[in-house]
Design a protein. Structure first.
Length: 406
C-alpha cells in the first residue's frame, strides 16, 4: 500500500478517522464512516486501475480471494463457505430463491424484524404457496428464554426455515445462536441469521453454533462501504440448493479459459459450484471488497471480544446516565444478550425526532429506528465521550422543554 504509514488501531482512538466531523459519532449501527486505511486502499486501487485497466485485474482478484478466509474467521467459518455479495438483502434473497421449497411449507418470521429479513421470505411464500408463521420480537428486558419458548411453540407445527436477526436493530438485544440452531434443528427447521448488527461487533462462530445460513453487509460494524457483504452457507445446505441464480462465474474451475487460452475453450457444460460462492455469478464490487479488506484490519488486530467489552462499558455508563435523566433504557440485563447498540426512549414530554436533531446540532450523531433513540459506538469511541454526550442531552432536553412551554 502506498501513502502515509497508518498507525495501529487502539480502543478509543479515532486517529484513523481524521475527516470525521462529529464530536461523538454513535451511529455505527446505521453507517460507519470509512477510516483513512479504507480511503488509502480505495485510492491505491483506483490509481492502479486507471494506469493498467485490465492489466490490474489479476492482482486485485488475488487480494479479494485473500479476503475470503479473513471474513470467514470473523464468523468462525472456513473461507470456502463464504460468498461475497452486494448487501445483506442479496444474500437473503439468494437463499429464498434457491431453496427447494415444497408447497405448504412454513417459514417462521419475527414481528419487529428489519424488512431485509422479511420481504424476501414473503416473496418466496407468494411464489411457492408457503405459510408464513409470525412470532413476536424478543423483549430485551425479559429473559431470552421467554422468546425461545414462543419460538418453540411456533415450531411445533413444523417449519422449513426460521429467519431471525442475531441482534435486534432497535434495541441491540442479541440472541443465542447456538440455542436457536439447536431448537430449530430439533424440529426439522433450518436457521437463517441476518447478522449485519452482529458481525464486527460481537464474537460469532457459525460452525460451533450450527447456523445454516448467515448474511451481513459491510457498511455497519465491519466499517466498510455500502454495496458489499457476505453470505455464509453451511456446506451440507449448499449441496441442496437449486442454482437458479448462477451466472457465468458460477462454474467450476476452467470457466475463464476461453478468455486467455485460445480457441476451443468456450463451453457451457462445466458444472455449477455447489458452494456458497455459486452466488458470485458475475463481476464483483471490486472497490467495495478492497475497502472491506482494509476496514477489517482493526477488527482483526483488536478482536471482536475485546471490542465488545469496550463498547459494552461505554454503553453501560451512558445507559446509567440517561436513566438518571428520566430515559427508559432497552439494554438487556444479561451481558450475553447485548451487542453494540444502546436503545433508549426519551421522557414522555421530549419528542424523539426533535431530540435526535438537537443532538446532531450539538455534534452527537445518533439514529432513530422504529421510534427508538439509538446509540451505537464502536472501537474508536472513547469512554470520555460519555460525559459530553450526557451534557449534550441535558442541553437538548432543556431547549426542547423551553420551546414547548413558551
Amino acid at each position: 500500500m502506498s501513502g502515509p504509514v497508518q498507525r495501529p488501531a487502539e480502543l478509543g482512538d479515532r486517529s484513523l478517522f481524521p475527516r470525521l466531523e462529529a464530536d461523538v459519532y454513535a451511529a455505527h449501527a446505521a453507517i460507519s464512516p470509512p477510516s483513512s486505511r479504507v480511503e488509502q486502499a480505495v485510492a491505491d486501487f483506483m490509481r492502479e486501475q486507471a494506469a493498467k485497466g485490465a492489466g490490474a485485474f489479476m492482482r486485485w482478484k488475488e487480494a479479494r480471494e485473500a479476503l475470503r478466509p479473513r471474513l470467514g474467521a470473523l464468523i468462525g467459518a472456513p473461507g470456502c463457505d463464504v460468498a461475497f455479495t452486494g448487501n445483506t438483502t442479496q444474500g437473503i434473497t439468494a437463499i429464498a430463491v434457491c431453496l427447494p421449497w415444497r408447497r405448504g411449507e412454513r417459514v417462521v418470521l419475527c414481528r419487529g424484524e428489519f424488512p431485509t429479513n422479511v420481504t424476501p421470505w414473503l416473496q418466496a411464500a407468494r411464489a411457492h404457496d408457503l405459510q408464513p408463521v409470525w412470532v413476536d420480537a424478543p423483549d430485551p428486558l425479559r429473559p431470552v428464554g421467554d422468546f425461545l419458548d414462543r419460538l418453540e411453540q411456533a415450531l411445533r407445527g413444523g417449519a422449513r426455515l426460521v429467519a431471525l436477526s442475531a441482534v435486534a436493530f432497535q434495541t441491540g438485544m442479541r440472541l443465542p445462536l447456538g440455542e436457536l440452531a439447536a431448537l430449530c434443528h430439533a424440529h426439522g427447521a433450518e436457521l437463517f441469521i441476518d447478522a449485519i448488527q452482529a458481525v464486527g461487533a460481537v464474537p460469532i462462530d457459525v460452525v460451533a453454533d450450527g447456523v445454516d445460513y448467515l448474511a451481513a453487509g459491510s457498511h455497519k460494524w465491519l466499517m466498510g462501504l455500502d454495496g458489499c457483504g457476505l453470505l455464509y452457507v453451511a456446506p451440507e445446505r449448499a449441496a441442496a440448493l437449486r442454482p437458479l441464480m448462477a451466472g457465468w462465474l458460477s462454474h467450476e474451475a476452467g470457466g475463464l479459459d476461453f478468455l486467455g487460452r485460445g480457441a476451443g475453450h468456450l463451453r457451457y457444460d462445466r458444472p455449477i459450484r455447489q458452494r456458497a460462492d455459486l452466488f458470485e455469478s458475475g463481476m464483483a464490487n471490486a472497490i467495495g471488497l478492497i475497502a472491506l479488506g482494509a476496514a477489517i484490519e482493526p477488527l482483526e488486530a483488536l478482536g471482536t471480544a475485546t471490542i465488545f467489552g469496550h463498547v459494552d462499558r461505554y454503553n453501560g455508563a451512558l445507559s446509567e446516565g440517561l436513566v438518571a435523566r428520566g430515559f427508559r433504557t432497552l439494554r438487556a440485563a444479561s451481558v450475553g444478550a447485548r451487542a453494540g447498540i444502546l436503545g433508549v426512549l426519551p421522557p414522555g414530554d421530549v419528542e424523539l425526532i426533535a431530540l435526535h436533531a438537537a443532538l446532531g446540532r450539538a455534534g452527537v450523531v445518533t439514529s432513530t429506528p422504529d421510534g427508538v433513540l439509538r446509540f451505537a459506538p464502536h472501537w474508536p469511541n472513547a469512554h470520555d465521550e460519555v460525559p459530553r454526550v450526557l451534557d449534550a442531552v441535558d442541553a437538548a432536553v432543556a431547549e426542547l422543554r423551553a420551546a414547548t412551554s413558551a
